[in-house]
Design a protein. Sequence first.
Length: 436
Amino acid sequence: MTRTYISELSNLKDGDKVTLNGWVAAVKDLSKVKFVILRDRTGEIQTVAVNGKTPEETFNNITKIPHESAISITGSLKESKIAKAGYEVVIDNFEILNKAETPLPIDTTPKSNTNIDKRIDYRFLDARRPKVRAIFNIRSTMVRAITEFFDNEGFTNITTPKLTAAGVESGAEMFEVKYFNKNAFLSQSPQIYKQMMVAAGFEKVYEIGPVFRAEKSHTTRHLTEFTGLDMEMGFIKDVGDVMDVIEDLFKYTLNYIKENCKSDLELLEIEVNIPKEIPRISMKEAKDLLKKEGKTLKESDDLDSEAEELLGKLMLKQHNSEFVFVTDYPWEVRPFYHMKPEDNPKGTCSFDLIWNGVEIATGAQREHRYDILKQQADEKGINLDEMKEYSDLFKFGCPPHGGIGLGLDRMVQRLLKLNNVREAILLPRDPERLTP
Ligand code: 4AD
Ligand code: MG
């Protein structure tokens, strides 16, 4: 008999014969009736064996199957007032496909209190929990929405090398790898390549891919390998054009998730708030606001995590917005390739996007004029001409352009209000973890 998914049972009628495949989520033995809660990728269903009706051997053995064993159950659908779904499956027989060892190394019940570290050691068991899978169903839908959005807007989806000779992100440390008789680095961002592809004539490009950062950060928002969503666009008027696209991206993506992930959002008790307009405030305005709250930062300072959190709360209170673009970051805390405004050598035409109090993206207009870029590199102690592949871009018709780098894992974390970014990535990498 062909397999029926648990979610398909609602389309069937009383008495229909079915074969279900899945995992044993729970068993209950009331001596005369025995229940097995079966779980597959689409949901959970109560199955039942009854003394005198179910074949004796099946009845005797059904509740002996250890939790999380993979089994196949054949039986028939029966309406039931007491079953949660309004129906259950009366078992004729079952087959164990792969028995689970006991005891289980982690608690896989919905209220599991196993800590995150142990859960990740056994992520394949942890992810059997519907709430964990809901996170990754939503993440998968988020990627689909983002891809759709950029494709609709005429962006080209690109794939750039992750084995590289150099990077341009100051501050973001790189992992060195042996590359035959040379040294190479794992890519710290597709920055060089996305700018290259704008200059190459694609004009508008995006990439969703791995980004590596050798930062020894032990925080709830840092990973050593994360998924970057990078975008770059040419012939922009100013950096506002980039923010406009990102604002539309979030409206589209959040709408899409709201429409397509109803049951998963309900399970996680998440309400998706679609921004009407994302407030844009300058770094100076942000620092003035923070000062009033007792947080003082210097003109050349970056926002620290405490400042971002505070700003997030203020924006929610003042603008009813989970998001804020903070613009005009000080030159001191930005990389050499960010354009400076005509009238302010200490500023940059840049922004960060903060969502529920955490930075999820950094963007900027790039300096596309070779002479000025060279000067800016000098100022940061970088010799542009030693990066020939990069510097050449600006000598043969490179249009004004700008873009952004977002962290997908952090986006999922912020959307679902997860307290640790590790909850938003299947197999996290951090300074202490290289397995599983
Ligand atoms: O702010 P970052 O370092 O910016 C860039 O990489 C620039 N090339 C962006 C640009 O186009 N101007 O990284 C971009 C985003 C961050 O805002 C954050 O969401 C995420 O990537 N990110 C991390 N996520 C998890 N773990 C880490 N260690 C991260 N570092 C950055
Ligand atoms: Mg940043």
